[in-house]
Structure formats: structure tokens, C-alpha cells
Design a protein around this ligand. Structure first.
Ligand code: ADP
Ligand code: MG
Length: 702
């Protein structure tokens, strides 16, 4: 059992709002910026550094300098109406050496300012020097205060990312208080790791160092202090994943072995030969099922790579051993599609298969509940309806989660917990770069379908300058006359949905002039009914061109669409382009894709379009995208439960990840519950720092 002895860390988990002298406005701002707890503030790192020197005379300074000095306060001039009716700000006239300098405050509060800058006394002022009408001045000094504050305002000082209603000054005052509470913790890094990285200091020293930069180089992710923190983060993440992985492995499963010829019969009735990749994946899955641990496998494969049939064939083995299978899809449409595709196969094999979604009559649902509980349904396909409490199984042994990133972890668990030792196959069409796979799904085994089913030709892709729009339209007309169907995608830029919509409407009208009565418009503001109606006309071939905003990404399946035109392709990410392109060429006919680009194409855009022309392989595209953007936004990734790293910079820290994986494996092997060795116990603190206690709770419960 793991018990967290890390009392030392408790103070860091208090809320910022509970600190003395932090009001609700500031607490809210900090929460928005960094998080609600002290630890979150500690992990809010500076993004800049400046040096403030003390000047004794203005002869030593120039406009724009950020300086600190002792000022003799001469006179306060309250805000008020000035010459020509202009409203004058509050000014405090001071003397520095032989010069006059005025401090300017808009909306300055006289009581406060008189207190900080008493007339005829010397005060400390720090800020950026300006010149106005030949006179020195500082508008809104960073600091004004008594003499004893001098040292705080001379020397190096970091600057932090800010948010509304928060100033550097306030943030630093609070943060520096919190930094004093950082405890010394026992080292969790292995001797080996420390030997590899002699420049790394202990955790506390590293954390304090990141908050005390002296040069720009100290702010870089490659600085030893930041690198060590990044490693800690990766290490914590990997330990958590490894703990779960080992735990799942130890959780005995039931060996599910082929006990009849069901699987072989199924192969014979398939209307096609399996691809090499499909066969390979099935070998892996069958090995998992036969083993005495639970399967937890993620199957990745582009849209159209044939995941459904792999899931179906996998399910046959548990079914042969007397188990039931549940297959969950994120939408009604998808669930129904699976059901309709698999029903004829199941029936030929003499298996009972049912569909359960949120829709339908209560009586029908109850019939399904009864049958599932009695073990009369062997394959149950459905939506979220499958995780409802009313549904129970007699003996659930296998679960398939389609488009797994659309479900939360708890939803997936809730389904598999309807049985004992349930084997689980998750599926996704989002190609995820290798690095991210390691970082986020290290607890799962993975398989990939890269090979396209036979007969599917790669989509031909061309990049064409916008200036040749008319040629493209002529090409579209020719394709239509040969019976092709065309998607025409206009980009949607979030900030101005209205403008984009207008652009799509314009394009629609433009195409309508060329192909009267044959063009449809599809966009996100339409009601589902309206969308369905347009889609239906397109499927039936009454409409031949469908002008759409990116809404077609989701759930549009028109088998015989052949041409995809993407306007302003340079505005899309690679993964997005790839998914859009995957919408065509799904039937017999050769598919093609035209990427229209702006004549002033930036380098990165040119790179992307080239990659699109060169390959149809989603995995390759994901890797390239990752390289170009170093992380960035990959379609569907946001919702996929990928961890949000605070210190890790994927362009620079990839090698650290590999090390962390090995380190974590070694650790968890030696001390599976982190309670046997001092290192293991030290790692409990590490896990807590990065909010991985959940993992430990989970293991405790199991
Ligand atoms: P996805 O991976 O997107 O879920 P599907 O499972 O829906 O893909 O498969 C897409 C299409 O390819 C289906 O019509 C399916 O019947 C077909 N298919 C699957 N495997 C093969 C194969 N080995 N040969 C030919 N067609 C296949
Ligand atoms: Mg699918």
C-alpha cells in the first residue's frame, strides 16, 4: 500500500486566496493565470528578465532606461482641469541630483501617494525614464516607497506573464512569499540520471533558480534548472503511466482462447481479404486475449483503414469462450453504422447482435436490458447509453471503444466495470506522433493500421495558387459532367465566424452561377435537420457540389465523393488537411484533392502543402506536423486527454522523454508500489508535485 508521508508538501497545496493580504480580485486573477494553489504559482515561470540599476544622477541615464533612484519629493500637484480644458494627471515633482523629474499618475489616489511620497522627504522610485516636453518624467512608476525598499529594486529582476487586474509587483510580492515555503525534498532522481546530467541541481535549488534569472539564457528551456524541472515532470508522468500499466498487468484477466471454429468461419464469409496490418494487429490482440492479464490496447488507424472489422473479429474470441462484447461509439450515427455493417456478419455466424442508443422506445430498451442481463445478447453496440446503470451484462468480457478520445477516462472505465477482468480495445483515427504516444498513452499497448485496404488508391493531391481559381472551377465542371461529386471547403477562422460564413456563402453563390441548381451549402450555424436535408440531396446526387465550412470534418460519409477542394489550405494544420482529404476517394473511383493557396504563402504553409502532396500516410503526416510545429495544435488532440505539460518543451526535451521512460520502468520494476525503497518514497513526493496522486489512489483502491 502506498501512503503519502509528504506532510512537508501540504503547505504548497493551500489556496492562494487563503494567503494573508491577498484579496478576492487578485486571487481570482492568479487562479486564471496559474491556478488556485500555491504550487500552481510556483510553477508559473518568468518569461523575461531585466536589470535595474541605481542611478545617482540623470546624467548617467537616457530615455527608456529602467532605473531606481532616491528622489527628493518637492511637491504634489493634484489631478485637475488644465489649460485648454484637458484633464491633467496627478503629478509629483521630485529632484534627482540637479534635475527635476516628475512622476505621473492617471487616476492617482492622493492619500496613498502622499503616504508613499511625503513632501520634503527622500523616497525610492523605480521605473522607465521618459522625456516629455523637454522634462524628465516617469509615468506610473513600477515602485514608489520608503528608503528601505531600495535593495528590492536594484539588481536583476524577472518578469512574469500577467493577466488582467494583476501587476508584476503584486504577483512578485505574493510569489516571493510562497518561494520561502518551498521545502527541501529527498532526491528522487536516480544516481544514474544525476551522473548523466552533472549540471542538474537539487529540485528546490532548481526551482528557486528558475525564479531568479540573470540573463536571457537563464530563461531558456535548455537551462539546467529548467531542464531538470522538465525531466521531473516527464519522470512523474512516466511513473504514473508505468504504475497503471504494471497494475493492470498484475490484475489477473481470464485467458480467452479460441474454442470453436467461429473465428475461422468469420474469415471465410468476409467479402474481402484482410490487409497485412489487419492480420498483424489481430495476432497481437489474440495474444493479449489468451494471456492471463487484461488487455488494454489502443488501435490507431486512419479513417477507412478498417478498424471496425478488426474489432469485430477480435470480439469473436471472447464470444467463443462464452463472454459478451460491448462496442461503444460516440454518436448515434456511428453506432448505427457499425450495427448495420456488422449485423449481417453476426447473423451469418448465428450470433445475436443488438443496438442500444439514447433514442427509441422505452419498452425496446428494457427488452435489451433484460436480454443483456440474461446473456442472450452476444454483441451489443451503442452510444453512451451503454454506460447507463440500468444496463447490466451476464458476463461481459470484451469492450471496444471507438473514437476513444471522444470519451472520458471515467466513461471508458464505467463500461468495462460492467464485467470482471474485461479486455479493452480502444480505437482512434487521430494519428498521434510517437513522442506524444509515449508521453500520454504509455500505459497502453498500441497497434497501428497503416496499410489501406486493397483497391483503395491514394488520393492525388495538387497545390494550386488562388490566382488559378477559374481553372479549378473549369476542372470541377468537367468532373461533374463525368458524374463526380465535389466537396469545396472554405476555412473557418474562429475569431470571425461571421466573415467566414460570408465567404462560404459568396463561394456558394459563385459556384451556383457555374453549376445552377447543383450546388449546396453546409455550415455550422445550420440546424441538424437542415444539414441532414442538404447531405441527403448530395448523397442522392441531386446536388453535385457541396460548399462547406469545416463542419464536414465531423461525421460526413459520402462514399462516392471524389474531389476535395480546400480553399486557403495554408490556414489549416496538417492533421486537419489530412482528415478533410480522407473524406474523398472512399469508393471505387480515384479521389483527388486540390489545395488552393494564397499567393503570399509563408514558408511553413509551403512546407505543409508539400508534405500533403508527398504522402497519404496519416502517421507520417502527424510526425511531420509535430516536427514543424513542435507540439502545437493537432486535430482532436485537445480532447484526447493528453497531459498538459508545464515545463516540457517538445522541440527541445524529446530526448529527456526517452530517458524518463527507461528510468520509470526501472523504478516501478524495483519498487512496484513506491514504498519499499527510499527512492520510491521520494518519488511519491514527485508524483504529488505533478498531481499524479490520483494514480496512487487508484492503485490503493485496487
Ligand atoms: P475505420 O478504420 O475508419 O473505422 P472502417 O472499419 O469503417 O474504417 O472500414 C472502411 C471500409 O473499408 C469499410 O467499408 C470496410 O468494409 C472496408 N474494409 C475493411 N477492411 C478491408 C479490407 N481488408 N479490404 C477491403 N475493404 C476493407
Ligand atoms: Mg471507424
Amino acid at each position: 500500500m502506498i501512503c503519502l508521508s509528504s506532510k512537508d508538501l501540504d503547505p504548497l497545496y493551500e489556496s492562494i486566496a487563503s494567503l494573508y493580504g491577498v484579496g478576492p480580485t487578485v486571487a481570482k486573477a492568479l487562479e486564471r493565470l496559474a491556478g488556485a494553489r500555491l504550487i500552481d504559482l510556483l510553477f508559473h515561470l518568468p518569461s523575461g528578465v531585466s536589470f535595474r540599476r541605481e542611478i545617482k544622477s540623470l546624467k548617467d541615464a537616457k530615455v527608456g532606461d529602467i532605473v531606481t533612484f532616491r528622489a527628493r519629493v518637492l511637491k504634489h500637484q493634484l489631478a485637475g482641469g488644465g489649460q485648454g480644458g484637458a484633464r491633467q494627471p496627478y503629478r509629483v515633482y521630485c529632484r534627482l541630483d540637479e534635475n527635476m523629474i516628475s512622476l505621473v499618475f492617471f487616476h492617482g489616489r492622493s492619500i496613498y501617494l502622499k503616504q508613499q511620497l511625503p513632501e520634503n522627504e527622500v523616497a525610492i522610485v523605480s521605473g522607465k525614464l521618459e522625456m516629455y516636453k523637454g522634462q524628465w518624467q516617469i509615468t506610473h512608476p513600477d515602485h514608489v516607497g520608503p528608503l528601505e525598499t531600495l535593495l528590492e529594486w536594484v539588481g536583476y529582476s524577472p518578469s512574469y506573464p500577467l493577466t488582467q487586474a494583476l501587476s508584476q509587483k503584486v504577483l512578485k510580492r505574493i510569489l516571493y512569499g510562497v518561494l520561502r515555503k518551498v521545502p527541501e525534498l529527498p532526491e528522487w532522481l536516480s544516481a544514474q540520471t544525476l551522473k548523466w546530467h552533472p549540471e542538474w541541481k537539487r529540485w528546490k535549488i532548481s526551482l528557486l533558480a528558475t525564479h531568479a534569472p540573470k540573463t536571457e539564457a537563464d530563461l531558456m528551456p535548455t537551462h539546467p534548472a529548467r531542464e531538470r524541472l522538465a525531466y521531473d515532470e516527464l519522470f512523474a508522468n512516466q511513473i504514473a503511466l508505468q504504475l497503471v500499466r504494471q497494475f493492470n498487468r498484475r490484475q489477473g484477466g481470464e485467458a480467452k482462447l479460441s474454442q470453436s471454429d467461429l473465428y475461422e468461419r468469420a474469415l471465410k464469409i468476409l467479402p474481402f481479404e484482410l490487409t497485412g496490418d489487419q492480420k498483424k494487429v489481430l495476432v497481437d490482440i489474440r495474444a493479449d486475449l489468451a494471456a492471463t492479464h487484461c488487455m488494454n490496447r489502443l488501435l490507431q488507424g486512419d479513417v477507412g483503414s478498417g478498424k471496425t472489422i478488426v474489432a469485430f473479429l477480435s470480439a469473436l474470441i471472447p464470444i467463443e469462450s462464452g463472454f459478451q462484447t460491448a462496442m461503444m461509439a460516440p454518436t448515434e450515427i456511428l453506432a448505427r453504422q457499425h450495427y448495420e455493417v456488422l449485423k449481417p456478419l453476426a447473423e451469418q455466424l448465428g450470433l445475436s447482435i443488438e443496438l442500444l442508443t439514447g433514442k427509441g422506445r422505452k419498452a425496446d430498451k428494457e427488452k435489451i436490458y433484460k436480454a443483456a442481463a440474461a446473456g442472450d445478447i452476444q454483441i451489443l453496440i451503442g452510444t453512451h447509453a451503454l454506460i447507463q446503470e440500468e444496463l447490466t451484462f451476464q458476463r461481459l468480457g470484451f469492450v471496444v471503444i471507438d473514437e476513444q478520445h471522444r470519451f472520458g477516462v471515467d466513461q471508458r472505465l464505467r463500461l468495462s466495470q460492467k464485467g470482471e477482468h474485461v479486455d479493452c480495445l480502444s480505437m482512434t483515427a487521430t494519428p498521434i506522433p510517437r513522442t506524444l504516444m509515449l508521453a500520454s498513452y504509455g500505459d497502453l499497448d498500441t497497434s497501428q493500421l497503416r496499410e489501406k485496404p486493397a483497391g483503395r488508391k491514394p488520393i492525388q493531391t495538387n497545390a494550386v495558387s488562388n490566382s488559378r481559381l477559374i481553372e479549378v472551377v473549369e476542372g470541377v465542371k468537367r468532373a461533374v459532367s463525368k458524374g463526380d461529386k465535389i466537396f469545396w471547403v472554405c476555412p473557418l477562422v474562429e475569431e470571425s465566424e461571421k466573415i467566414d460564413l460570408a465567404a462560404a456563402k459568396d463561394r456558394y453563390e459563385f459556384m451556383e452561377q457555374h453549376l445552377p441548381g447543383q450546388v449546396g451549402l453546409l455550415h455550422g450555424r445550420m440546424k441538424p435537420k437542415e444539414k441532414e436535408a442538404v447531405m441527403k440531396l448530395f448523397t442522392q446526387g441531386i446536388l453535385t457540389v457541396l460548399v462547406a465550412t469545416t463542419v464536414i470534418e465531423v461525421g460526413v460519409d459520402v462514399k462516392d465523393a471524389t474531389v476535395m477542394v480546400i480553399e486557403h489550405a495554408e490556414r489549416f494544420g496538417l492533421a486537419q488537411l489530412h482528415q478533410l482529404r480522407g473524406r474523398v476517394g472512399r469508393g471505387e473511383k480515384q479521389g483527388s484533392c486540390i489545395l488552393l493557396y494564397d499567393t503570399e504563402l509563408p514558408d511553413i504553409g509551403r512546407k505543409r502543402l508539400n508534405i500533403m502532396r508527398q504522402t497519404n500516410d496519416g502517421f507520417e503526416i502527424a510526425e511531420e506536423d509535430w516536427k514543424i510545429r513542435g507540439g502545437g495544435e493537432i486535430l482532436g488532440l485537445k480532447q484526447s486527454g493528453l497531459p498538459n505539460f508545464k515545463f516540457v518543451d517538445w522541440t527541445l526535451h524529446q530526448d529527456l522523454l526517452r530517458e524518463a521512460v527507461l528510468d520509470a520502468e526501472r523504478l516501478v520494476e524495483a519498487d512496484p508500489l513506491l514504498d519499499k525503497t527510499p527512492k520510491g518514497q521520494a518519488c511519491q513526493n514527485l508524483l504529488r508535485l505533478f498531481d499524479k496522486e490520483e494514480t496512487i489512489q487508484y492503485l490503493k483502491a485496487g
